[in-house]
Write a protein that binds this ligand. Structure first.
Ligand SMILES: Cc1cc2nc3c(=O)[nH]c(=O)nc-3n(C[C@H](O)[C@H](O)[C@H](O)COP(=O)(O)OP(=O)(O)OC[C@H]3O[C@@H](n4cnc5c(N)ncnc54)[C@H](O)[C@@H]3O)c2cc1C
Length: 271
């Protein structure tokens, strides 16, 4: 794959080719319903039967696991992950909650469709231009953001903490904690983040401030043989939320799995 921003189909083709080239045994679709510890094994209950393994890499991503809003009327909002196509967003003036990567991406798509957009954010995530790429807009999003600003249809409201959303017919009112009120004529788009797929097997990880706790080799501090890979991997002062960042962890995980397999009994079963 030679382009920097492949489409979903192009990326899927590339992954399929990787599976073929490396002779991987990939089974799809298989939905993992639960994982339980049966030391020294991990037992996976799936919709295609039971798997048992001595090492499991949990790479369930984050996109499919949206962060849910807690405020009154939150059910009136549409999460970024629920938007199938931006063309389906109703209304001419829309409000986006959250102004980080996904919020600005949403705003750019909507501006591109000729809409007027107001972005509300607690701090003003778009403001900082330099720093850890995990905490500032990516260069690609930053340049689209500048083009969206140039249309004059993008309004940015930093310092707004949303406490309530109300809906009357086609009208939505969004209320901030300092009494600010904003209006739009389609469901507000919620871009407050992603909970992440590790929560599907919540009890197998140790959690601190909403973050999975890992050994220096990305193994669960609670469950030997369970590893986390992907954008949810964090260590003190380091966020591995991009592919180019979290792939640097793979050799460590591979080494740790090798160590783990040489120190636990052999047996392997799959459907
Ligand atoms: C809005 C957004 C924008 C992003 N932009 C970028 C970017 O520009 N660059 C970048 O590097 N990263 C970006 N990221 C981070 C991005 O999530 C990852 O880099 C990349 O997609 C992670 O790959 P992954 O394989 O770990 O997870 P995913 O691509 O999310 O794949 C996870 C897979 O696990 C499967 N799965 C989940 N649960 C189960 C289960 N119980 N049973 C079976 N299968 C399951 C899912 O079906 C899915 O196929 C972005 C993330 C978000 C949310």
């Amino acid at each position: 794959m030679v382009c920097e921003h492949p489409s979903g189909n192009e990326y899927a083709d590339w992954l399929t080719e990787q599976v073929r080239q490396h002779g991987l045994r990939a089974a799809c679709p298989v939905r993992v319903r639960s994982v339980t510890r049966e030391d020294p094994f991990l037992k996976l209950d799936t919709d295609k039967g039971e798997y048992r393994c001595r090492a499991l890499v949990w790479a369930a991503g984050e996109f499919f696991f949206p962060q849910r809003q807690q405020f009154q009327g939150a059910e009136q909002t549409l999460h970024y992950a629920e938007v199938k196509s931006w063309t389906q967003c109703e209304g001419d003036h829309l409000v986006v909650l959250g102004g980080a990567e996904s919020g600005i991406d949403a705003a750019c798509h909507l501006i591109g469709l000729g809409k007027t957009v107001t972005v509300l954010d607690r701090g003003g995530a778009w403001i900082k231009e330099q720093g850890d790429p995990s905490l500032v807009l990516s260069p690609h999003t930053r340049s689209r953001f500048r083009a969206a600003q140039a249309t004059g249809r993008l309004q940015l409201e930093p310092g707004v903490s949303v406490v309530r959303v109300e809906n009357q017919g086609d009208e939505y009112s969004i209320h901030g904690q300092d009494g600010q009120t904003f209006h739009c004529d389609g469901p507000p788009i919620s871009c407050i983040g992603f909970e992440g797929g590790a929560s599907q097997i919540e009890s197998l990880w140790e959690w601190k401030n909403g973050q999975v706790q890992l050994t220096p080799n990305d193994e669960s501090t609670l469950t030997p043989g369970l590893f986390l890979a992907g954008p949810q991997v964090r260590h003190p002062g380091e966020i591995f939320c991009f592919i180019y960042k979290f792939r640097t962890r793979f050799p460590l995980v591979a080494d740790a799995i090798t160590q783990h397999l040489t120190t636990t009994p052999h047996s392997y079963a799959h459907p």
